[in-house]
Structures are given as structure tokens and as C-alpha cells.
Design a protein around this ligand. Structure first.
Ligand SMILES: Cc1cc2nc3c(=O)[nH]c(=O)nc-3n(C[C@H](O)[C@H](O)[C@H](O)COP(=O)(O)OP(=O)(O)OC[C@H]3O[C@@H](n4cnc5c(N)ncnc54)[C@H](O)[C@@H]3O)c2cc1C
Length: 377
């Protein structure tokens, strides 16, 4: 579809185009606005609502459970683990300054980790991890609270660790509030706009955009920020970000639910929380790593059955409860598990950070990325 003069001159050009309206995309647009009050900033999103991870996640405002941190220590070492946790923690504080707790229903209900018998040896490293984190938090983060297992009625659980610093929030309300703040700041969000290609030429960047199955249009920008998370390989395969599907279910309300807060298991591969009196339960990707390395946003019977088994055996044993919602979302993973805030070319930047845990980290990555791209040519 060819563009009119009016389109090209006024509607389809911007100083900054952000691709992807997830947590990072919307927050980078807000950060850029603070740095560039007069610039035209447009966010392009392929879905009618953000359609990646940010509105399909579990809403844990977390920075890592004991077994996740131990797995990361083995993979990337102490310095990089500490750096990532520090960025997550400062991201969470930044997010809470931007969005009032009530507007995203943030609840500092605390986080927990459940240990099966085979996971118990990890607890021997509790003191080591607490010592490691003490300079960051000024206190021991994880403590044992095995009595809580009986109070909550969990099955097949041999130990429970508590982390009072973790919280949970309502991801839909958070994304709605970020979009509202963006509109207030005169940031244009265009939905139904799938970016097909990005080419830097001279002092501008051209974007090819699909607006329907048959129709494409072009847009030009001074600079472009790519925040497409698990879909980045469609635009920049060389960026090395691979997709990973995460699946979730939510139960019908459970009368007299005996616990509150967020819960992790098995290095974060399983997680659950309360949503009022409902239970949100997700994970299971480790049961089928290859099949789940996809950006196809559908649920599968095998993983959903595994989640239901976990619900019946551990989370809510001996109760029958209906499942009201099931969905999938797409995460992105980098090979070294580190956030990526970098220029792909002089006028195109990549903002990726989250490796499956972006609620807290997103605000920090957005701030770092805005500083990087606005200081460019
Ligand atoms: C099931 C699940 C549970 C999770 N639970 C948690 C949790 O409890 N706590 C936590 O911290 N993290 C969690 N995460 C991870 C967290 O949601 C992500 O790290 C975070 O949302 C990433 O934000 P983002 O902006 O980088 O990416 P996304 O939210 O994925 O945003 C990318 C956006 O780009 C759009 N897009 C992609 N390609 C194009 C294109 N070509 N053109 C235009 N638009 C495009 C997508 O539609 C999408 O809206 C979970 C993720 C999943 C999938």
C-alpha cells in the first residue's frame, strides 16, 4: 500500500520509534519522554493489546529464589548474579515510583520456595546465598519457615523458605497504567502494527510494517528501539535471543484458601500464587524444553496436565477445583542469561533483559536503554 504525502510528512515519521509495547517498550518510551520532551515518540505493537509476556505473565515482583540463584551461580558466576539481582531490585523500586502500588495492585505479601525431598540439599547453601546478598539488602533474605507447610496444607513438601522482600501485582492493571501514563506524556501507541523489517540508511531508519494480511506501509524514524523480547529473532536473528513458551492456569475461586503470596519450586520452573481466592499456577517448561522453545502462543495438553497434577498433589491436595483460565505467553532468553542493552547499529538499539523475570528488571533496563540511545548521533 503506498503512503500519501500527508502520511509520510506527518503521520508515519517520528524521532523515536519503539517496537513492542511490553513492559520494556512502554517504559523506555516514558524514559525517553523525560529526556526528550519535544520529540515525537511512537510505539508500534503487533497485537491489539501487548501480546508477548507482559500481560500474560504471573505477576511475581521477584528477584530470584534460592534454587534459581544457585543455578545462576553455576551458569554465570557470582559477579554477574549479583549484578542482575541488583538491577532487578532497583528496577522494582523504579517501577513502584512510576506506578503507585494501588494502581497495579502491588501486594508485598512475601515470596516462598517449596522443596521436595530431592531438592533439600540446596538448603545447605542457604547461609552462603544470604551472605552473598547481604551487601545488597543489608539483611538475610531467605529464612526457613517449615511450619508454614502444615498451615497452608501443601502436599509432598519437605521444607519452605521465606523471602519477605518479594511481592505480587496485577499485570493487566500494570500494563493499563503504563499505557495511560504514555498517553498522558503524548506518546502515540499504534496497535495492530507488525514490524517486518528495520533498515538503517544514512541519518534515518526505515521500518516496514504489516497493517493487514495484504497491506504493508513504511515509516521512518530518527532512531529505533527494539523491545520485542521472545520475537526478536524474527527481526534480528543475530541478536541471539531465543523464544521460550510459558504456560499458566488459573482455578475457580477456592473457598477458605489458606495461604497468600508467591511460591516458587524447582529453580523457578514451577510457580504459583493467589489471585484473590483463586490460584494461578504456571511453568513446566523443563518437562519439554525443545517443544517449548517456540513463539507459538498456545497451551499444550502435556504441560497443562502436569500443572493440574502439581495442583492436586502439592498446592491444593485432596480438593477438587475447576480450572477457569489457561493461557501461554512467550519469554525470551539470551545465551548468558544477562540483560542486553546495546546498539545493533548507530541508530537502532536493542532492549532485552528479562530471561523469564522481567517484572522487576524491566524498569531498570528501560532506564539504561533510554540513556544509551538518546546519547547517540
Ligand atoms: C507465562 C509467563 C510467566 C511469567 N511470569 C513472570 C513473573 O511472574 N515475574 C516476572 O518477573 N517475569 C515473568 N515473566 C517474564 C516477564 O513477563 C517478561 O520478562 C517481561 O514481560 C518482558 O517484557 P518485554 O517488554 O521485554 O517483552 P514482552 O512483554 O514480550 O513485549 C514484547 C512485545 O513486542 C511485540 N512484538 C513482537 N514482535 C513485534 C513486531 N515484529 N512488531 C511489533 N510488535 C512486536 C509483542 O506483541 C509484545 O507485546 C513471565 C513470562 C511468561 C511468558
Amino acid at each position: 500500500m503506498s503512503c500519501s504525502y500527508w502520511d509520510s510528512d506527518a503521520l508515519l515519521s517520528a524521532d523515536f520509534v519503539v517496537v513492542g509495547a511490553g513492559l520494556i517498550g512502554l517504559q523506555i518510551a516514558l524514559e525517553l519522554r523525560a529526556l526528550r520532551p519535544r520529540d515525537r515518540i511512537i510505539v508500534l505493537e503487533r497485537g491489539v493489546v501487548p501480546s508477548g509476556a507482559s500481560s500474560r505473565n504471573a505477576g511475581f515482583a521477584c528477584f530470584g529464589s534460592l534454587t534459581e540463584i544457585l543455578a545462576d551461580l553455576d551458569l554465570i558466576g557470582e559477579d554477574r548474579v549479583l549484578e542482575t539481582i541488583e538491577r532487578r531490585w532497583s528496577g522494582l523500586q523504579r517501577l513502584r515510583r512510576r506506578v503507585p502500588d494501588a494502581a497495579m495492585r502491588y501486594e508485598p505479601a512475601g515470596g516462598n520456595e517449596l522443596f521436595s525431598q530431592s531438592d533439600l540439599p540446596a538448603i545447605e547453601r542457604l547461609d552462603e546465598v544470604n551472605r552473598l546478598l547481604k551487601p545488597l539488602f543489608g539483611r538475610a533474605v531467605f529464612s526457613r519457615d517449615d511450619d508454614a507447610i502444615g498451615r497452608a496444607g501443601f502436599g509432598r513438601t519437605f521444607a519452605l523458605l521465606r523471602n519477605p522482600l518479594e511481592g505480587q501485582l496485577h499485570s493487566g492493571m500494570l500494563m493499563g497504567e503504563l499505557a495511560r501514563l504514555a498517553r498522558l506524556e503524548n506518546i502515540e501507541i499504534r496497535t495492530g502494527a507488525t514490524v517486518l523489517a528495520i533498515h538503517e540508511e544514512g541519518k534515518k531508519v526505515d521500518l516496514r510494517i504489516a497493517v493487514s494480511e495484504q497491506n504493508q506501509i513504511s515509516m521512518s524514524a530518527g532512531r529505533v528501539v527494539v523491545c520485542t523480547n521472545g520475537f526478536t529473532a524474527n527481526l534480528f536473528p543475530e541478536a541471539g535471543i531465543v523464544p521460550a513458551r510459558g504456560q499458566i492456569l488459573v482455578t475457580a475461586p477456592v473457598p477458605d484458601l489458606r495461604w497468600r503470596g508467591t511460591y516458587h519450586m524447582e529453580q523457578g520452573f514451577y510457580y504459583f500464587r493467589n489471585l484473590g481466592n483463586r490460584i494461578l499456577l504456571g511453568g513446566g517448561r523443563h518437562l519439554a524444553m525443545q517443544e517449548e522453545a517456540t513463539d507459538e502462543m498456545v497451551v499444550t495438553p502435556d504441560i497443562q496436565d502436569a500443572l493440574v497434577r502439581l495442583l492436586r498433589q502439592v498446592v491444593l491436595p485432596d480438593h477438587e477445583v475447576a480450572i477457569d483460565y489457561r493461557w501461554a505467553g512467550i519469554m525470551g532468553f539470551s545465551a548468558d542469561r544477562m540483560p542486553q542493552v546495546r546498539m545493533l547499529s548507530p541508530r537502532v538499539a536493542l532492549g532485552f533483559g528479562c530471561n523469564g523475570m522481567g517484572v522487576a528488571l524491566g524498569a531498570q533496563v528501560a532506564a539504561e536503554l533510554a540513556a544509551l540511545i538518546s546519547s547517540g548521533p
